[in-house]
Design a protein around this ligand. Structure first.
Ligand code: HEM
Length: 405
């Protein structure tokens, strides 16, 4: 016998309110000690590790990331007319086919090829600040870092760095919580990005090179290939999914380390700890705190029935503090024994982050170079953060000091 979700007396958690991220996290973590399910202002939220992974791995829960605009009440016809299936909101056979075709281009080995370049980029960014021992990490390091890496990956010209960065930021305003006002910017950036991407693809069709676009053009399995529209969508997904995420995650990592000098010294003394440092910073403070799903049919989870259409948030940031998986979760410790199960900030199930190997490589290389070149890292003034509503979160101003070279 299952109970209808609407009949349950559930704790309520804030998702879209004005409270700070820290306040929201602390409410959600308290709730998760008592209940795996909570009610939100837009439906329900799963908050324990077990429940979050159950929902994300159940293919009947479909991605609601394509519905954000409607949920925010956006009626802009230009926006609605331009919406298409992309890998993040595709489901079923459409999604399986896309993943199968593009997965080889995103393997750990492909990401590893870029590691020397990543080190060069970070060293070039931090270099001018070593003598002063002071840096504003957002503008000087985090914002610029992922762009040349994505350009190098795609084979885009270096002169396009700034354009890339702006387009990615503007397209991602769709998750920014201020959509009604910013929809015009989102639409304009979407049109510009599509034209730009089509140009890149046309160029690579006539002149193949050793890069991701050429790999995607050539991607083939049993005679199946990506169409030009699918190729455009994939390249856009890399530009949009691969920039703001990584730069915010690096900012959160540096903020954390500046408040935990012992952990920074540990990493400096033993750079082999970098992979664990990345997993622990992502567990402790992930740039993507959660994602959204809707029930494509009536679904029962642990005796609770969610009718078709039910909206569900999956709080990875709460699951990452689940005591049944992570020992003493409030402790930030890059030396902790790996738990039996992974941190969830890259998601789980069929939509698990396609760029995870690349993001891991970028963060690992950055943390190694920075821990070697910025000893005794510490806060150097007030830290400011992006608005805390849904979407990608990180510092907007992060002044740091360290011992000068
Ligand atoms: C630290 C950095 C990153 C974080 C925290 C992150 C997080 C995530 C999460 C949570 C999802 C799943 C969303 C869902 O289930 O609704 C996802 C999917 C995705 N990510 Fe990332 N990501 C990062 C970096 C990247 C990079 C570098 C790329 C591109 C090279 C990328 C491309 C994608 C794509 C294409 C998807 C959709 C996959 C699918 O639906 O099959 N991400 N990411």
């Amino acid at each position: 016998m299952s109970t209808l979700a609407t009949d349950l007396d559930l704790p309520v958690v804030p998702l879209f309110g004005n409270e700070s991220r820290a306040q929201r996290h602390s409410v959600m973590r308290e709730v998760a000690k008592e209940s795996w399910l909570a009610r939100t202002d837009a439906g329900y939220a799963v908050v324990t590790y077990d429940a979050v992974t159950k929902v994300l791995r159940d293919k009947r829960w479909h991605s609601a990331t394509g519905l954000v605009a409607e949920m925010a009440g956006v009626r802009d016809e230009r926006y609605l007319a331009r919406r298409r299936v992309n890998i993040l909101n595709a489901e079923g056979d459409v999604h399986v086919r896309l993943r199968r075709l593009v997965a080889p281009a995103f393997s750990p080995r492909s990401a590893d090829r870029l590691r020397p370049f990543m080190r060069e980029v970070v060293a070039g960014l931090v270099g001018p600040h070593l003598a002063s021992g002071r840096i504003e990490a957002v503008a000087d390091l985090c914002e610029p870092y992922p762009i040349p890496v994505i350009c190098e990956l795609l084979g885009a010209p270096k002169d396009d760095w700034q354009l890339f960065s702006r387009l990615a930021t503007d397209v991602l305003r769709v998750f920014g919580g201020n959509l009604a006002e910013e929809i015009g910017i989102v639409v304009a950036a979407g049109i510009e990005l599509e034209e730009y991407t089509k140009g890149l693809i046309a160029e690579r069709r006539s002149r193949p090179a050793d890069d991701l676009i050429t790999d995607l053009i050539a991607a083939e399995e049993e005679g199946d290939r990506l169409t030009t529209d699918e190729l455009t969508m994939m390249v856009e997904a890399v530009i949009v999914g691969g920039t703001d995420t990584t730069r915010n995650q690096l900012g959160l990592a540096l903020e954390l380390f500046s408040r935990h000098p012992d952990q920074w010294s540990m990493l400096r003394d033993d750079p082999m700890l970098a992979p664990r440092a990345v997993e622990e910073t992502m567990r402790y403070h992930g740039a993507v705190a959660g994602t959204i799903r809707f029930a494509s049919e009536d679904i029962e989870v642990d005796g609770v029935l969610f009718p078709k259409g039910t909206f569900m948030s999956t709080s990875m940031s709460t699951a990452n503090f689940d005591e049944s998986v992570f020992v003493d979760p409030m402790r930030f410790d890059i030396g902790r024994e790996p738990a039996g199960q992974p941190q969830l900030s890259f998601g789980s199930g069929i939509h698990y982050c396609l760029g995870a190997s690349l993001a891991r490589a970028e963060l690992q290389e950055a943390l190694v170079v920075l821990s070697q070149s910025m000893p005794n890292l510490r806060p150097d003034g007030e830290v400011r953060h992006k608005p805390s509503a849904v979407g990608i979160f990180g510092p907007s101003h992060l002044p740091l000091a360290f011992d000068p070279a």
